[in-house]
Write a protein that binds this ligand. Structure first.
Ligand code: NAD
Ligand code: DAU
Length: 351
């Protein structure tokens, strides 16, 4: 089988390929990625020599390029990760999110629908953020109403709707997964967990939005990748599956745990790292709480997360400490400029 993976040089896509390419020599994997700021081909160095893995640089907004790729490669299955993924960037500058996440998905769906061969499945990787914010109770299920808050989540909601519409109207064979917050190796350090790990190791401020009481459900990235593979193997066409870690945490709890693990691994005082926590201006439209009910995936496909939050977080901290060259390679001038802009107007409540 030939599997076209989009966005495979980003965080989740590269973990997916690193896990599955060596395990499935009987399948061919083609990774297409525009190589945007959050991507890194070094993430894939472990598999770049594998004969069942190939990479091609392609931007999904290039409609001719996408159609040519489909005709040339004739993939059986598409696993669509490619997207602009950072909520704060979508608030500052939404255009690229509309282009990549909506127009890019549209171009891919059209190439799939008009292909001269008959591909068998379009798997769309999506997020729990499409459902909006929960109050203190309840969990998202597959038919929770869509109520996105940010330009990012609205663009992902739009892409989910496109996939389902292509299913209903044209009979396109699809599956969708909506997953909670991932963490693990290769995550670009603009997201909460890697940003806090690196700042804690460097003893600089740990910027928490508002009071740090927002809740996210955390899932180790390999568990998400296994869930996607399980859906490819066992998921029913036309169905949506929620994926979550059953691991709800307030942001402050996450940051405290990071401080404890970093301190433990480096022989430092955890309290002095916790002192670095600084309340900064809240994210506009900040969703209070996400929580996923993954019963359908567990029941129908026998998937379970393997990693606990503590064990996954410890692995993740170790990975960032053990890979300073990777960290340095992603901290370009553009990255430093982003941090300077994003946290420029922040105020400390701890001084
Ligand atoms: P990421 O930003 O690390 O990687 C995204 C990749 O997509 C990058 O390599 C980028 O270059 C590529 N890309 C973006 N626009 C493209 C385009 N127009 N053409 C080709 N390539 C393009 O993101 P991630 O965290 O790995 O997320 C991957 C997918 O999983 C996204 O669809 C995201 O919405 C979804 N998701 C992420 C999380 C999470 O916690 N990170 C949770 C649930 C779902
Ligand atoms: O829920 C799934 C989503 O999780 C994915 O679809 C997104 O692609 C992914 O980026 C993630 O979105 P979040 O906005 O939840 O993740 P982020 O790491 O940006 O923020 C997590 C929480 O931490 C959120 O409540 C905002 C807060 N935060 C974040 C940063 C970067 C801070 O308090 N301080 C920070 O500096």
């Amino acid at each position: 089988m030939k599997i076209l993976v989009t966005g495979g040089a980003g965080f989740i896509g590269s973990n997916f390929l690193n896990l599955l390419v060596p395990r499935h020599p009987e399948h061919q994997f083609l990774n297409i990625d525009k190589l945007g700021y959050a991507s890194n081909l070094h993430n894939l160095s472990a598999i770049e020599g594998c004969s069942n893995y190939h990479f091609a640089r392609l931007d999904l907004t290039d409609v001719d390029g996408v159609n040519d790729c489909f005709e040339r490669e004739a993939p059986d299955v598409v696993v669509h990760f490619a997207a602009e993924s950072h909520v704060d960037r979508s608030i500052k500058s939404p255009t690229g999110f509309i282009q990549s996440n909506i127009v890019g998905t549209f171009n891919l769906l059209e190439a799939f629908r008009n292909a001269s061969h008959t591909p068998s499945r379009f798997h769309h990787v999506s997020t729990d953020e499409v459902y909006g914010s929960l109050g203190p109770e309840g969990r998202f299920v597959e038919d929770s109403p869509y109520d996105p808050s940010s330009p990012y989540s609205a663009s992902k909601a739009a892409s989910d709707h496109l996939v389902r519409a292509w299913g209903r109207t044209y009979g396109l064979p699809f599956t969708i997964t909506n997953c909670s917050n991932n963490y693990g190796p290769f995550q670009f350090p603009e997201k909460l967990i890697p940003l806090m790990i690196l700042n804690a190791t460097e003893h600089v401020a740990l910027p928490v939005y508002g009071q740090g009481l927002n809740v996210r459900d955390w899932l180790y990235v390999d568990d998400h990748c296994e869930a996607i593979w399980t859906v490819l193997e066992k998921g029913q066409l036309g169905e949506t599956y929620n994926v979550g870690g059953d691991s709800e945490k307030k942001n402050l709890e996450v940051i405290h745990e990071i401080c404890d693990i970093v301190a433990d691994l480096r022989g430092e005082d955890p309290e002095s790292l916790r002192q670095l926590i600084t309340s900064v201006t809240d994210r506009p439209g900040h969703d209070l709480r996400y929580a996923i009910d993954a019963t359908k995936l567990e029941r129908d496909c026998a998937w379970r997360p393997r990693e606990s939050f503590h064990s996954g977080l410890e692995k993740t901290v170790r990975w960032y400490l053990d890979n300073p060259a990777w960290v340095e390679s992603v901290r370009t001038g553009a990255y430093r400029d982003w941090l300077a802009t994003q946290y420029a107007t922040d105020r400390s409540t701890h001084d």
